[in-house]
Design a protein around this ligand. Structure first.
Ligand code: IMP
Length: 418
């Protein structure tokens, strides 16, 4: 069965762990958007594998992993990631890793412009400063450098010159920064191009004859960071919802019946923007320390809050989610009381509908009795404490979508089917 997997909150839902689990029953794993703003860790036998761009399917033998056209690639980061995985004994070659020629390249000027724009902005976004936004801007304004241009010496030189002719005056005159020298970027980036060249593969052509294989489309970030459906402008610059999976991978011929939405048993957010169920004080400290809520990419502490079902309902609709995956349930172990947002208060009225502006609502909570036993060792739904089962059943009923998997810990085996 083909599957799309997306995050239902603001990213960091623990998708990496779920993807690793789903890879067992998939042949091809494709990343379709975002870049190295994403990051996740897979823990196998106590060994940590860190991923930013490479689909974690490379950890399993016989799988083909692909980086789709919708992804923006920082070549230096990708090469470093591949090298570090290889050092850990992971086999990576042109046979199991394919990169679309239509991916756009994140260049050094994108990274600095990301940071400078953020500094200048009156309303900060809190970007990861990885150059994601400026790279997508260039893609849409048709001056971007694609993988196919990157590996072609002449095309790369021409496009780099053209871009520097625009970016250097902008950096110097508007931002008062030093511009970039063509020669130094060119010589450094040519080496990256040569290293990545063997992996470039037209995914559309390559996978068309293989369309009967089992595809897994791996989303990064989360629904409310989506450029259209998220809490704009506090969003990332790509389309995160399931509708982009086929477009961002170039594999429109793959029929998708299963769309999995991953949600944490509570909510987190990194960066700025509205967050109705956000917690402060002791409860924030509790989630940050027990849930290790620090960004995998930037190390920033994540903002934490109770589960927001109004938000999740909207995410379910936005991606036509067929099944849910609930992660980090074990982080709620030991809490006496657990709150869940089931409606919003807006101008003294209670509404269950998702508002167009999330910044002026207050959460309306339903309270649940917590559980003292640990979920961490459970390997089946019936092994969970009664109150944890009630919590999961309530989520299912509220969203009218079945929970397919529950993750209860960092370890690879700490996930089971409901
Ligand atoms: P950008 O994607 O670096 O432009 O950042 C835009 C917003 O998305 C910021 O609030 C980031 O913190 C957030 N963001 C981007 N990628 C991730 C992610 O993988 N997890 C969580 N937040 C992210």
């Amino acid at each position: 069965m083909n599957t799309v997997l997306v995050g239902l909150q603001w990213g960091d839902e623990g998708k990496g762990k779920v993807i690793d689990y789903l890879c067992r029953d998939s042949d091809v794993i494709v990343r379709f958007q975002g870049g190295n703003n994403a990051g996740h860790t897979v823990v196998i036998d106590g060994k940590k594998f860190v991923f930013h761009l490479v689909p974690s399917g490379v950890l399993r033998k016989g799988k083909v992993c692909a980086i789709g056209n919708g992804v923006v690639v920082d070549p230096k980061v990708l090469i470093e990631e591949m090298e570090s995985l290889k050092k850990q004994g992971v086999s990576i070659s042109a046979r199991n890793l394919k990169i679309s020629p239509f991916c756009h390249i994140i260049m050094p000027y994108h990274k600095i412009m990301d940071a400078l724009r953020e500094k200048r902005r009156m309303q900060k976004i809190g970007t990861t400063k990885r150059g994601i936004g400026p790279c997508y801007v260039d893609k849409v304004s048709r001056c971007g450098i694609r993988m196919v241009d990157f590996i072609n010496e002449e095309a790369f030189a021409l496009k780099l010159k053209d871009n520097l002719a625009e970016k250097n005056p902008l950096l110097e005159k508007v931002y008062g920064e030093k511009g970039f020298s063509f020669d130094s970027i060119y010589s450094e980036y040519r080496k990256y191009a040569q290293a990545l060249k063997p992996y470039i593969c037209d995914l559309t052509d390559h996978f068309y004859p293989l369309k009967s294989k089992r595809f897994l489309f791996e989303g990064a970030q989360g629904t409310f960071l989506d450029i259209d459906f998220g809490t704009y402008p506090f969003v990332t610059s790509s389309s995160v919802v399931a509708g982009n999976a086929l477009l961002g991978s170039g594999l429109s011929f793959v029929p998708v019946k299963r769309i999995l939405g991953v949600a944490k048993a509570y909510t987190t957010r990194v960066g700025e923007g509205p967050f109705p169920t956000e917690l402060k004080g002791d409860m924030l400290n509790y989630f940050q320390s027990k849930g290790s809520e620090f960004g995998a990419t930037t190390g920033r502490p994540r903002r934490c809050g109770w589960l927001d079902l109004v938000l999740l309902k909207r995410a379910v609709i936005s991606s036509n989610i067929t099944h849910l995956v609930i992660t980090k349930l074990d982080i709620l172990d030991g809490l006496e009381e657990i709150k869940v947002c089931t409606a919003y208060k807006y101008r003294n009225k209670t509404c269950k509908q998702f508002p167009t502006d999330l910044s002026c609502v207050e959460p309306v909570y339903r309270e649940f009795k917590g559980w003292s036993d640990s979920c961490n060792m459970a390997r089946s739904f019936k092994n969970l404490p009664l109150e944890a089962r009630r919590y999961i059943n309530f989520i299912e009923e509220f969203l009218s979508v079945k929970v397919l998997f529950i993750s209860v810990g960092e370890k690879r085996e700490a996930i089971f089917k409901k």
